[in-house]
Ligand binder design. Structure first.
Ligand SMILES: *[C@@H]1O[C@H](CO)[C@@H](O)[C@H](O)[C@H]1NC(C)=O
Ligand SMILES: *[C@@H]1O[C@H](CO)[C@@H](O)[C@H](O)[C@H]1NC(C)=O
Ligand SMILES: *[C@@H]1O[C@H](CO)[C@@H](O)[C@H](O)[C@H]1NC(C)=O
Ligand SMILES: *[C@@H]1O[C@H](CO)[C@@H](O)[C@H](O)[C@H]1NC(C)=O
Length: 552
C-alpha cells in the first residue's frame, strides 16, 4: 500500500492507493495445452481463458509498474516474454495485449489536416493507426486450402464458423461469415489477400457488422516490404479532407495457424459509400458505384466517351459494376448507361470557366475540390497504377437525386516509389504526369482550365505545407516502423501458403519506409524528392506558413 498526501488549500487529505490485486491483465496467446500467466514483482499469477475467446487470457493480479506475461508449462515452469511491459500508475487494466509483443498501444504523431472533411465519414476504429488488432478465425480449412492451392481459379466463399476481432479495448464475435481470396494481380502472390463477408452462411435476417462494415478486405501488401504504403496513403487522403477507404493493421490466425500481418480495409457492400461520404447514414440517394480498372495501355478506364453503346466499352474488364447502391433500376445489363451519360457530358464539359457557368465540371462531379484533391494525392504519391497515371483503381459513385458523382481512389500498394519502372515520374511536373498519347478528360477539366489550374496548384501547395513533407511524415514513419517491427518479423518468418510470386522480404526491409533498399525507393525519400521538385516547379517551400484551418 502506498500513501500520498495531497494538499488542497487548508485541508490535507490522505489518499490510499490500494494496489493490492487491482489490475486486470489480459493477453491473447496460443499456448497449446500450457497455461498462461502474468509475472508481477517476481511472482507468477495464472490467467483464465476468457468467455469471449479461448485464446484470450485474463485475470486479476497486483499492480506493478513492470510486468511480463508467461507461458506456464505442466511442470509449473514459467517462460516469460523477452521484454518487460510497463503500466501507468493509474491503470486498472492492461487492455487486450498480445503475447510476445513488447507493447500494445503506441504514440503515433498525428497528421495535421490540410483541409476540413468535405463529406462526413463514419467515425470508428476502422482507421485506427496506433495499434495492431488481432483477428482469429475458426473456418472450413478444406475450402480455404482450395483457394490457397489454386488462387487464380474461381472459388466459393469458405465458411467462417466463428470470427473474433480483438483490439486493445473491445472484443467482437461473429458467426457464419464467409472468407475468400481477393484481388486481381494479388492472386499471383505467395501470400494471398482476402475478403470477408458477414452472414454469408447465415440463413437468418441478422445483419452483422464491424465498425458499420458488412464486408472488409485483408490486404497482404505482398509487393510492399514495409506494409506501410497503403495505410499512409489512406491516412493522407483523410488528412486532405476527402472521402477515402479506411484501414488498420491486424494479425490473422485461422484454425490456430498464423497467417500473418494484414491491412484490414473497406470493401464494398450495399451502400458502402454511405460510411465514407454520408457519416454512415443509409442514404436513399446512394446510387451505383462503378470501379475503374486498367488492363493495359489501350484498355484503361480513362472515361473517354466512345459513343452511346455499351458495346464500345470494355465494360466487363474496365468499367466494373461494384455496387448497385440503393438504385433499384440498376442491373448487370444496364449499369453502363449512367456512366456513358457521364462520359458524354464530360466530353462536352466547358473547360476554363468558373464553377457557376452551366456546363462546367460541377454539373457532373459533386465537388470539384474533392476530385482535385484525389488527383493531387495520386500525383504526389506517384500512384502509378492509380486514377491519374494508369486510369485505374478508383470508384465513381452516383448520387441518384442530384445525378452528380463522387470520386474515391483506392489500392495504394504501388505508391511512394514502389514498383516504379520510370524513376523520372518522381520529378515529372503534373502537366506531363501521364503516358504519352493517353487521354485524361477528368484531369484535363482541372489542369487545363485557367479557372481551376490555379486552384489545383493551391491544393498541391497546401498539402505539401500542411503534412505532405519529410518534416511531418518522418516521425510518423519512425513511430510506425517501431510499432510494426515485431509483427513484420513474425510475418516474414511464416511460410508462403500459395504458389506464385514469393518475394522474400525480411524485417530489415522495413527500413524501406525511410530509405531506398536495393532498387526500391524509400517512402520518405520519395516524399522528400517529390516534394522538393513540386516546390521548385511552383516556387514555394514546405514551411507551414498558412493561416490556421477554420474550425470544422
Ligand atoms: C462460436 O463460438 C461460440 C462461443 O465460443 C460457441 O458457443 C459457438 O458454438 C461457436 N459457433 C460455431 C458455429 O462454431
Ligand atoms: C427511395 O427511392 C425510391 C425510388 O427509387 C422510392 O420509391 C422510395 O420511396 C424512396 N424511399 C425513401 C425512404 O425516400
Ligand atoms: C533524391 O534527391 C537526392 C538529393 O537531391 C538525391 O541525391 C537522390 O539521388 C534522389 N533520389 C533518387 C531516387 O533519385
Ligand atoms: C519559405 O517561404 C516563405 C515565403 O512564403 C519565406 O518567408 C520563408 O523564409 C521561406 N522559408 C525557407 C526556410 O526558405
Amino acid at each position: 500500500m502506498k500513501i500520498s498526501l495531497v494538499s488542497t488549500g487548508l485541508i490535507t487529505i490522505a489518499i490510499a492507493f490500494v494496489h493490492a490485486a487491482d489490475v486486470t491483465y489480459s493477453v491473447i496467446a496460443f499456448p497449446g495445452s500450457d497455461k498462461v500467466g502474468v509475472q508481477v514483482a517476481g511472482q507468477d499469477y495464472p490467467l483464465q481463458r476468457s468467455p469471449m475467446h479461448a485464446n484470450l487470457f485474463t485475470g486479476i493480479a497486483p499492480f506493478a509498474a513492470e510486468y511480463r506475461y508467461t507461458i506456464l508449462n505442466s511442470q509449473g515452469q514459467a517462460q516469460p516474454e523477452e521484454t518487460t511491459r510497463h503500466l501507468d500508475n493509474a491503470a486498472t487494466t492492461t487492455g487486450n495485449e498480445f503475447f510476445g509483443r513488447s507493447k500494445t498501444v503506441y504514440d503515433i504523431p498525428a497528421l495535421p489536416r490540410a483541409y476540413n472533411p468535405i463529406y462526413p465519414a463514419l467515425a470508428s476504429d476502422m482507421d485506427r493507426d496506433n495499434e495492431i488488432a488481432t483477428l482469429i478465425l475458426r473456418a472450413n480449412m478444406d475450402a480455404i486450402q482450395e483457394f490457397l492451392d489454386t488462387p487464380t481459379a474461381e472459388h466459393n466463399f469458405a465458411q467462417v464458423y466463428n470470427m473474433t476481432y480483438i483490439n486493445h479495448h473491445t472484443v467482437y464475435n461473429f458467426e457464419n461469415a464467409g472468407l475468400k481470396n481477393a484481388g486481381q494481380s494479388s492472386k499471383d502472390k505467395g501470400k494471398q489477400s482476402y475478403k470477408v463477408k458477414f452472414n454469408k452462411f447465415d440463413k437468418s435476417t441478422k445483419k452483422d457488422h464491424l465498425f458499420g462494415r458488412r464486408a472488409f478486405k485483408l490486404r497482404a501488401g505482398a509487393t510492399d516490404p514495409t506494409l506501410i504504403r497503403e495505410k499512409l496513403m489512406m491516412d493522407s487522403l483523410s488528412a486532405s479532407g476527402v472521402a477515402t477507404l479506411n484501414s488498420h493493421w491486424v494479425r490473422l490466425f485461422i484454425n490456430d495457424e498464423p497467417f500473418g500481418l494484414y491491412l484490414m480495409t473497406d470493401d464494398s457492400f450495399k451502400g458502402f459509400t454511405d460510411n465514407l461520404i454520408h457519416g454512415g447514414e443509409k442514404m436513399n440517394s446512394t446510387g451505383v458505384t462503378i470501379k475503374g480498372n486498367a488492363m493495359d495501355q489501350d484498355t484503361e478506364a480513362n472515361l473517354v466517351y466512345n459513343g452511346p453503346s455499351a458495346a464500345n466499352y470494355d465494360h466487363n474488364d474496365v468499367y466494373i459494376l461494384e455496387d448497385k447502391g440503393r438504385d433499384p433500376t440498376i442491373s448487370k445489363e444496364n449499369y453502363m448507361a449512367p456512366l456513358i451519360d457521364f462520359m458524354d457530358r464530360l466530353s462536352k464539359t466547358v473547360i476554363g470557366t468558373d464553377a457557376q457557368t452551366p456546363g462546367t465540371i460541377t454539373d457532373l462531379m459533386d465537388s470539384a475540390e474533392h476530385t482535385m484533391i484525389h488527383a493531387a494525392m495520386s500525383f504526389l504519391a506517384g500512384s502509378w497504377d492509380g486514377f491519374w497515371y494508369q486510369a485505374s483503381n478508383y470508384y465513381l459513385n452516383q448520387n441518384r437525386e442530384t445525378k452528380k458523382w463522387y470520386l474515391i481512389t483506392y489500392d495504394f500498394d504501388e505508391t511512394f516509389g514502389n514498383g516504379l519502372e520510370d524513376i523520372e515520374l518522381m520529378t515529372t511536373p503534373y502537366q506531363n504526369y501521364q503516358r504519352p498519347g493517353s487521354k485524361r478528360p477528368l484531369i484535363d477539366v482541372f489542369i487545363k482550365s485557367p479557372y481551376y489550374e490555379p486552384k489545383f496548384q493551391e491544393i498541391l501547395k497546401t498539402l505539401i505545407k500542411r503534412f505532405y513533407n519529410p518534416r511531418v511524415i518522418k516521425p510518423r514513419l519512425e513511430a510506425w516502423t517501431a510499432m510494426l517491427k515485431e509483427d513484420i518479423a513474425w510475418d516474414r518468418s511464416l511460410p508462403f501458403r500459395s504458389p506464385g510470386d514469393k518475394e522474400k522480404f525480411t524485417v530489415n526491409d522495413l527500413n524501406n519506409a525511410l530509405v531506398t533498399v536495393g532498387s526500391r525507393m524509400g517512402v520518405l525519400e520519395w516524399i522528400s524528392n517529390r516534394t522538393s521538385s513540386v516546390c521548385q516547379q511552383l516556387n514555394f517551400n514546405d514551411t507551414d506558413d498558412l493561416p490556421a484551418l477554420p474550425s470544422a
